[in-house]
Design a protein around this ligand. Sequence first.
Ligand code: GRF
Length: 209
Amino acid sequence: MMKIAVLVSGGGTNLQAIIDAIDAGKITDARICLVLSNNKNAYALERAKAAGIPALAISPKDYESRDLFNEAMLEAVLGSGAELVVLAGFLCVIPPRMVEAYPNRIINIHPSLIPSFCGTGYYGLKVHEAALERGVRVSGATVHFVDAGTDTGPIILQKAVEVLSSDTPGKLQLRIMEQAEWKILPEAIQLIVHGRVTVEGRRVIIAEE
Ligand code: GRF
């Protein structure tokens, strides 16, 4: 049974997709041992509590320095016994010590087809504003391993979503969440839990079932 810590900052719809996938048997042999948020008001914490999952909020404001916050975050994750860390709408930078503690065992969901519209400053609606401004006909979502960079780790899964002429950033965001994020994040977790994902250099190899 793989223990998973899910880090959140906002509404928690991706967390909910993971919870629902476990309940539906689409993710097997895994359980969420901790939901941790940097935002005490994140609705994702309510979702965790409703599902009976241990939930913890630690705010950078409560620590004298970012380093002390980072240490507290790492201690909480390690203390939960998590073997996989999932960033589900988590907006804090992951400190190098956490990346070192979890080599190719931290994954992130990003709402674009990396390497487009990613990196510093590309998060939430800003990603979709940039996609619409560039006029792409296709966008989507990416699940990738977290390395020392921002959205630069090996890509595990991607799913494309058509961009419509009538799209606003909000409409595109919702469609990418519904059609891509909420599907490929649980799928990536199931692949990892069942040992079907290996990293060779910057490439991810997914073993056939
Ligand atoms: C989603 O668009 C996700 O791609 C991004 O954060 C947003 C909020 O997700 N990383 P959630 O509803 O909090 O899961």
